[in-house]
Design a protein around this ligand. Sequence first.
Ligand SMILES: Nc1ncnc2c1ncn2[C@@H]1O[C@H](COP(=O)(O)OP(=O)(O)OP(=O)(O)O)[C@@H](O)[C@H]1O
Ligand SMILES: [Mg+2]
Length: 260
Amino acid sequence: MREPAGPPPVIVCRDLQKSFRLGGGVVHALKGVSLEIAAGDFVAVMGPSGSGKSTLMNLLGCLDSPSAGSILVDGQDVSRLSTSQLAAIRSRRIGFVFQQFNLLRRTIALDNVAMPLLYADGGGGGRTARRAKAAACLELVGLGDRMDHQPSQLSGGQQQRVAIARALVNDPAILLADEPTGALDTRTGMEILDLFQRLNRRGITVIVVTHDAEVAAAAKRVLTFRDGLIVSDRRNERPRDLAAELAALATATTPREAVA
Ligand SMILES: Nc1ncnc2c1ncn2[C@@H]1O[C@H](COP(=O)(O)OP(=O)(O)OP(=O)(O)O)[C@@H](O)[C@H]1O
Ligand SMILES: [Mg+2]
């Protein structure tokens, strides 16, 4: 008898390879990665510096195309698309969060978050509609009271929340985060992880690159890369529960209840 089907994969990679020309030589960043990620999973990607983690994320995030092999995102083959076709998929299906937040410096949180909607189909329905959507996402990440602050007027954790709200504004199926807690202190990193777990419980597939085993311990599945290949793929039987850990710390200053 066949196994009952699990959730359908949102990402399927087959023998994925990526090489870069550098000077006279070639760097083989990914050397044949095959991988399926189920809808609703929470995956941590670990491995030493230079092992290919960011290269994989850029391919999954439709920021770049593979040298060989294929990637299906939500059933669609994105391996051989043009830059503008990739941008269209990215804006409909994928949210991206970076270590350094990548916010526009002299732009208030609300407009930073609304920015991707400008590039969405139909310009996101006009400025008022864009700002309303952005405001809802800022509420979701607990920053309803900081919408008119510029990044320099926000803490690191708040800036990363703005970046997460921006990643959510197009209602993505997949949230990709490359070292999202790398620039944050432990407690603030916990709050960001808590937010990812809450979003994951709402059905968003989350993929997080991290060097930190404590961060990976919050994921349901942990992939480890070495030299452009996956060398380990395991399930976490008992992922950390950040909501419970933060409740236990109980200083009650963050509005993390905003994401139910
Ligand atoms: N644009 C590029 N041109 C040339 N080589 C590149 C390029 N991007 C990445 N590489 C090389 O590909 C390999 C994998 O890089 P990648 O950025 O994926 O590593 P990583 O696992 O994310 O490392 P880190 O943990 O330091 O962020 C490295 O050897 C890197 O030098
Ligand atoms: Mg990297």
